[in-house]
Design a protein around this ligand. Sequence first.
Ligand code: SAH
Length: 390
Amino acid sequence: MLLGIITLKSGCEKKIRHFYPWVQNGEIHSVEGNPAPGDLVKVVDSQGGFLGIGTYNPAPRFPVRILTLEQKPIDTAFFVRRLEQALQKRKHTVHDTNAFRVLFSESDGVPGLIADQFDQYLVVQVRTLGMERLKPLWLPALQEVLQPKGILERSEMESRKEEGLPPFIGLLAGEVPDLIPIQESGLEFLVPTRTGLKTGFYLDQRENRRQLARLVRPEERVLDLFCYTGAFALYSAKVGAHAHGVDILPEAIQLAQQHAERNHLRADWTTANAFEWLPQAHARGEQYDWILLDPPAIAKKRGQRESLRWALWKLVYHALPLLGEGGRLVVCSCAYQMDLGTMLDIVRLASTDRQRRLTVEDVSFQAPDHPFLLQFPESLYLKCLWLRVD
Ligand code: SAH
């Protein structure tokens, strides 16, 4: 089963022993056994001491992804155990919904594999060649433990290119409808499994949506920018606020409208580019009590950090004039490359440039079914700043 031995350079074993699951190119001393891309390998320290078992692919920047620090076979039983551990973790953190992330890659000890449960169906994403090659092992584990009616794969991430994998959408088991109705906090949403973004629904914002619903008061005006299928807007409409959702995707707005109808709620919806829409709304004199900014990661590549910062600055700079004194601004970033400190710097800069004083009332993160593994800082990707205009 293990088709090669990767020996790390002296000193590089520490990270792995401290639970960091990726090995970089420069940390490898030698590769024995001529493993093919995607093969399982044993990882050892410079003295030949066992460190862990991982998948190997020489092409990407991180050729080894550690699956386990134990000397045990990687088989279906291994994935069954991982799943059971993941479900155990979620028992106390996921409630009042039938949709949640069952497996979150490295955070659940399955680097490269994501599985979201939507009612009785699963939508999975495979990010690495290693995990793709292990499909015959983890697929039966998902079926055995969760017994879904169907499993759909939605693997279209840019990062697959680096792994030598083409984009892929396809049914792995059973049947999966194009739209799956799910329940979350008493609201019903339709998850567009084949045409939606990512796996179809942003489960990671669940607790932030709930926080918004706790804070918003009836009759307040809430602007949900980058609303996708309208989740934040509808949570606020449910507590009696006037919600307005804006997104660039017409299909997302159509579904948002459908969501409003299904839940007997009223909200306004606009299909527009947020960057253009904001200054126009300001020119029209529009005012809000709450503005949510939940842009996509925009620039995923390492060299594009500058544009990511610039985009966030622009959004905050153009959103602030739409808020009066006491207005609230919720700024989210789902790019793991942008840490909390950088986010605070950008927002500070944009608000100072606008001559507005802001108080940080809270900071929140991704929902706990997307666990943030302390030893793997990359697993913290979603940060939200809850700000108040003084
Ligand atoms: N808040 C949403 C998730 C947002 S994901 C939720 O909780 O469900 C980011 C969204 O930004 C996507 O729906 C995407 O279509 C939209 N988007 C991307 N670029 C945009 C732009 N320039 N203007 C408006 N929307 C944009």
